[in-house]
Design a binder for this molecule. Sequence first.
Ligand code: TRH
Length: 394
Amino acid sequence: MPVTRCDIFCKVIDNYGDIGVCWRLARQLVRQHGLAVRLWVDDLASFQRLAPAVDATAATQTVQDVSVWRWDEAAAMAEPADIVIEAFACDPPEAYVAVMAARVRKPAWINLEYLTAEAWAAGSHGLPSPHPRLPLTKYFFFPGFTPDTGGLIREAALTGRSPTLPHDKDTQQTFWARVEVPPPPPAALKVSLFAYENAAIPGLLDAWANGDRAIFCAVTAGRHVPQVQAWLNAVGTDVGREALTHDPHPPQQVGRLHLAFLPFLPQPDYDGLLAACDLNFVRGEDSFVRAQWTGHPFIWHIYPQEENAHQPKLAAFLELYSAGLGTAECSALRNFWQAWSDESDAGTRWPALLAALPALQQHTEKWTSNLVSQTDLAAKLLIFCKNLLECPAL
Ligand code: TRH
């Protein structure tokens, strides 16, 4: 029997990563694999920020051929699909799970896990987790950077240079105009900035303002913006408190640093921003992965966890990503990433990173082509689920 229907459950815990990942996956399963996807989301208002076509008040709607459902009581009554994906262990409703268990042909039930480069993820990828009471098994699906994991979300258009992304000068001009940002000065290094609160921000902005190279920094909306504002106030630009109340704020120049402030962009425009910049500061999970498809160097503000639980995750990724880099570039990269995540002296480490950028650009292009040569997450997920449905004893 062909697999045609998929339910994806998404709980927005905080921030935008949960819905960012689910929305990309849902669209890809529809567009590239012809599945009928129902996406259950508990917070349509957050979803609407990434996808403005979403009506935050509608119980059910179709957006880009994905059937979007508000995750409320209706979810418990729904007829389960052939493939059921719960994102980040978000627990579908008990009544829904009971119907899955009662089926003769059980749905393939997947827990799509958080991304990590740590070695244990490959070891845990695909492992079964039998339900404590019901005759039903859920399977762990771990995304990752190596062929022994579940891979990374990557749309088909990204295997080549997508015509919709602003790689060349003309499309970049159109892109900046569309997002209502004055075009960057021609020789400036173009940087996008998306992060959590980060005490390293003022020091880095000082280094950019006083450095040798002109920097154009597109500041995205997010938790990092108040620190940029506070820095502007502290360095006493003519921005004034009143201007900063405009959302987004007007562009500013301090020394060699040109700052442009962006509103929260629809997700495809955010992807366009990543492609248009030479260096991207990203965070969490989805922007971190998406930056890697541009082939440009990136700086990761990893999601900070209690008791520094994020440190091994950061170290594991750095180990993998920096392999093959020359000694000087490797230490410039590692020192800067560590300082950024530790919220320490990123500013003093900037000159070394800037000097290493040409080598990092070449290195990242190779890194990206290696990732592109691997099967993407949606394709792996479907193979995995089809195998489960065909041989349920697996
Ligand atoms: O928002 P995040 O911090 O999400 C995080 C992580 O996923 C983290 O692992 C998880 O534990 C936590 O959520 C709950 O960062 P992330 O993952 O990069 O998601 C941001 C999404 O927002 C991504 O899909 C890109 C999108 N985005 C836009 O669409 N427009 C914008 O203007 C910006 C700045 C982001």
